[in-house]
Design a protein around this ligand. Structure first.
Ligand code: FAD
Length: 490
């Protein structure tokens, strides 16, 4: 089957019965539930773009197995051009959601493409696992399936060692059978869980697992409707309001879930790594799936930066303060983040190298920097919007008010020199959905944490940074200084 339409995606969700709980009730149909349906529609719209005649070439490529057009985010990049094409495709998807759906399907597609490209990594100790990952990748690519993932074990306490594997909480293998492994425990935080076809489960944390063989060391993927799998949603941030009142929340609710595994059978062909702590811990780095996943994140970040910058500029224009020095300074900071994000992404593509698996890998340092940068840049961008907008965020009557008895007063007093009252309110309701609502606050939390604990991210970047070069320069300076010479080292 070639790249899917939105309709086929929604049908797929309906056809696969799954156990999703929201506000105490089991959701019968995630595609019609008021808290989830608009998010499903937004993902469907992404799939529809693949079939638009003017976009088809940009969004898809010819499958190496079937020849059908399949989603471009599944490509195993072999050239720099492949990486650039993939980024252009992902950026187009991200712009469609204003960068507000971090877990659009490309997020997981690039990871599995990287893993299939590096199948030999999985085959090292158990050759069948290499075959499993290759076949699974082909399975999701040819069916254009949507994946969610849950990497983190729920915390009960934080031990001195930093291990987080309390028995009875963390997901682990309880037994092996001829059919597969049986797993029990809980995982967080499956974003897009109710709206995905499959769930991938792999390393809980880089470098935090015990050494050796462990029942907690797992990498597998199963359909979301697998018996024993239960998704517990947070409350929905789609409040059932109009696009005018709640422009982002009413469109892009991607939902986050705790996932319970009650003795879930994972068939052998869906197991990609098992027990081997060392292989599990090093998967992201050695297969370079982390860099590929950061590449997808960077495309999303660019779209999000552009969108917030655009909102900031319009806010300043509407309030007539764009030329005030402090507004200019704040807007310039938004521009700086936008350009840094683009620059790091381009640098990562320009300096990309074929890795040991023959896959073209974005240069690791600049692409990983996009993640660390955004953990602090995005909260600051939201702060800047708040500083630019101030009390105008509270001068945001609803759509009903605009048609109600106070409409004449609203029209007269809420207009600015540059914006009619309705346009001003509409803009600020959008800005508030970024800077203040539960939807917007969740976006900030997402950017702070989705790529992992900031401390672990800092350590990771410290580990991959080419430190010797800069240290040698300073050493040379110190030497030259002692000898009374110049610090030029060529
Ligand atoms: C909106 C959202 C969506 C997400 N979606 C997904 C998803 O789809 N799939 C998925 O697998 N995960 C997802 N995540 C989870 C994400 O991977 C984790 O939040 C992240 O890895 C951090 O882990 P944690 O939440 O357990 O925080 P913690 O590790 O508990 O960190 C919390 C704070 O404690 C600090 N800290 C950490 N260790 C220590 C220590 N030893 N001593 C003192 N302080 C410490 C950290 O620096 C941090 O500031 C999502 C998270 C969010 C917020």
């Amino acid at each position: 089957m070639p790249a899917r339409t939105g309709r086929a995606y929604l049908e797929g969700l309906r056809d696969q019965e799954r156990e999703v709980w929201l506000r105490g009730e089991r959701v019968k149909d995630v595609t019609t539930h008021p808290g989830l349906a608009n998010g499903a529609r937004a993902v469907a719209a992404l799939y529809d773009m693949q079939g638009e005649p003017s976009l088809c070439d940009e969004m898809t490529y010819a499958s190496p197995s079937s020849g059908d057009r399949v989603g471009l985010s599944f490509i195993i990049p072999r050239t720099r051009e492949d990486l650039e094409r993939r980024r252009a495709m992902m950026l187009r998807w991200a712009r469609r959601t204003c960068g507000m759906m971090g877990r659009s399907p490309d997020f997981m597609n690039v990871t599995f493409a990287a893993w299939a490209g590096a199948a030999g990594y999985f085959a090292q100790n158990r050759p069948e696992f290499g075959e499993h990952i290759r076949r699974y990748y082909e399975h999701i690519r040819e069916r254009d399936l949507t994946l969610t993932h849950a990497l983190i074990n729920l915390q009960r306490s934080r031990t001195a060692s930093g291990l987080n594997l309390q028995e009875g909480t963390a997901l682990s293998v309880v037994r092996e059978t001829d059919a597969g492994i049986v797993v029990r425990g809980a995982r967080i935080l499956a974003t897009l869980g109710p709206l995905a076809d499959e769930i991938a489960v792999y390393s809980p944390r880089m470098s935090e697992m015990a050494r050796g063989d462990s029942p907690f060391a797992l990498n597998f993927a199963i359909p979301c409707g697998t018996p024993g799998l239960k998704f517990l949603c947070r409350e929905s941030f789609d409040l059932g309001r109009s696009h005018f009142d709640h422009p982002l929340g009413s469109r892009f609710e991607e939902m986050d879930c705790v996932v319970f595994f009650d003795d879930v059978l994972v068939p052998w062909e869906r197991v990609f790594l098992l027990g081997d702590v060392d292989l599990i811990n090093r998967t992201g780095a050695r297969t370079h799936s982390m860099a590929h996943s950061a590449h997808q994140g960077a495309a999303k970040n660019i779209a999000k930066c552009e969108f917030v910058l655009g909102v900031g500029l319009l806010v300043a224009e509407a309030l007539g303060n764009a030329q005030l020095p402090h507004s200019e300074e704040r807007l310039a900071e938004l521009m700086q983040y936008t350009e840094l994000m683009k620059a790091c992404t381009r640098a990562a593509e320009a300096d990309a190298q074929l890795d040991e698996w023959g896959v073209m890998c974005p240069a690791e340092v600049p692409i990983e920097m996009t993640r660390n940068l955004f953990m602090t840049a995005y909260p600051r961008m939201v702060e800047i919007l708040q500083l630019l907008g101030s009390s105008s965020f509270m001068i945001t009557p609803t759509e009903e008010d605009l048609g109600g008895p106070l409409a004449p007063q609203i029209e007269q007093y809420l207009a600015t020199d540059t914006a009619a009252a309705r346009d001003r309110v509409k803009l600020f309701r959008l800005a508030w959905d970024i800077a203040g609502t539960s939807f917007g606050s969740r976006q900030v939390l997402y950017e702070r944490f989705f790529a992992g604990d900031p401390l672990a991210r800092a350590r990771f970047v410290g580990g991959i940074y080419p430190k010797a070069e800069v240290m040698d320069r300073v050493r040379a300076f110190l030497r030259d200084d002692a000898e009374g010479g110049s610090a030029e080292t060529g």
